[in-house]
Design a protein around this ligand. Sequence first.
Ligand code: GUN
Length: 292
Amino acid sequence: MTKIIDGNELSKQIKSEIKERINVLKDKGLIPGLGVVLVGDDPASHVYVRMKEKDCEEVGIYTETKRLPKDTPQQEIIDIVDSFNSDEKFHGILVQHPLPGHMDEVEVFDRILPAKDVDGFHPFNVGKLLIGDNTFVACTPYGVMEMLTRSGYSPEGKHAVIVGRSTIVGKPLAALLVQKDKHANATVTICHSRTKDLGEITRTADILIAAIGSPRFIKADMVRDGAVVIDVGVNRIDDPSRKSGYRLVGDVDYEAVLDKVEAITPVPGGVGPMTRTMLLNNTTLSAENSLK
Ligand code: GUN
C-alpha cells in the first residue's frame, strides 16, 4: 500500500507544538506578531494570505495585513516594511510574492530586517543556510524536510533528485538536503529546464521532489518503483464540474504514479499546509529569539 503523506495531519501535530511554545512566550508577556503586506489583486495570493491569517489566529500569533492596490508606488511598500521593521509588535514580516510587475521585488524583500525575515528570503539568511547555520529557512523547503523526517523517510544516504531550481524552493531545498545533519545527509541532484535526459536522472531518485510549476509534468515512467515523491506544485486546471471552474493539481501525475511509489504527497493537502505551518514556526522562533 502506498503511504499518502498527509500535510494537514502533520501540520496539526506541529501546530500543537507551536501553541505550547507560544504559551511559554505569553507567560513571559510576549505575543508573537506577524506583519503582512499584500499588493494587487492576484486571487491566489489573496487566498494564501487569508489562510495565513487564519493559521496565525489559530495558534495565537497577532497579525496585521496591509492590503494595497496594484498601482501602489514601491516607496509606499518600502515605508510599510520600514514601519514593521521598527515596530516591536512584529517579530516577522511577510511580503506576499509575487509583487506587481513594475516593482523591484528583490529591493522590497531585502528591506526586511534579517531578524524579522520569517520567509527566509533575505540574502543574509540564505547565506546562513548555505553555511549550515540556519536561522530562518524558507517555509516550503523547510516544510518538505519536516514531511520527510516526521513521516519516517529520512534523506540520510539517499539520492534526492529535485526538479526545479527556483530561489524559493529548489536551491534552498538542495542546501538543506545536503547539510551535514542526521535529518539530511542526502546525495542531491538538481534538474531543470536545460537538463538532458531528465527521465534517466529522475528514475535514479530514492526521493523525488517536483518543484517545476507545470501541471502533472512528472509521468509514471520518470519515477522509480518504491520512490518517495514530494509534490511541491500547485497548479490550477480548468474543471467545469466545479463551481469555481478549476481544481488544483500538482507537478506529478498523481494517479499514474500512485501505485508504483512507496509514499507520495497529495495536492492539495500535502506540501501546501506545511509551508503555512513553517511560517508559524519561524514567527514563533523570531519571537523566542527576541528574548535572547
Ligand atoms: N508566494 C508563494 N509562496 C510564498 C512564500 O512562501 N512566501 C511569500 N512571501 N510569498 C509566497
